[in-house]
Write a protein that binds this ligand. Structure first.
Ligand code: SME
Length: 160
């Protein structure tokens, strides 16, 4: 099956799967699972924007924020990523999708796994338009992601 056909089916599947669900963690978990299973990526998951050191502690706004590991499929990954760091932090800072055909050519790439060769990171937006999370997908092959992935994944994350 062609990539476009897979995404078309996936888009409908995700919409059906998430219908009526309000818990964002549950939604992210199933989106990661369905993407990972469809394309057999190396790593598929979310990092959420959260106040630094917020685990279990109430934090007064405004406070510094970072990306914290969320629902994912694949090998263990780094749990905290600062604003502007790595591909994930860069996508958050720029507020745009970042496609990296070769991670070794991306300055500051955070190597959670040496098997990761290419990557795409797509910002997820809240109702006010602010970035609330990023979808991070890693491949163990070079040049896996292109414009087609960007367009479909940006559409899919709006369903969250
Ligand atoms: N490669 C990412 C870090 C997260 S792991 O790949 C899961 C980055 O540079 O942002």
């Amino acid at each position: 099956m062609e990539k476009a056909e897979k995404y078309r089916l996936l888009d409908r599947q995700v919409a059906a799967l998430l219908e009526g669900e309000t818990d964002v963690i549950a939604k992210m978990a199933n989106v990661a699972a369905v993407l990972h299973e469809t394309f057999r990526f190396w790593w598929t998951g979310f990092y959420r924007v959260a106040p630094v050191g917020s685990v279990g502690e109430p934090v007064e706004p405004p406070s510094p924020r970072e990306l914290v590991l969320g629902p994912f499929q694949g090998p263990v990954a780094c749990m905290h990523i600062p604003f502007g760091k790595g591909v994930c932090g860069t996508a958050w800072k720029r507020n745009e999708t970042v496609v990296v055909p070769d991670v070794e050519q991306f300055p500051g790439h955070i190597a959670c796994s040496s098997a990761s060769r290419s990557e795409i990171v797509v910002p997820v937006h809240g109702p006010d338009g602010a970035v609330t999370a990023v979808l991070d997908i890693d491949s163990d092959r070079l040049g896996t992601f292109d414009e087609e992935d960007r367009v479909w994944l940006e559409k899919i994350v709006t369903l969250l």
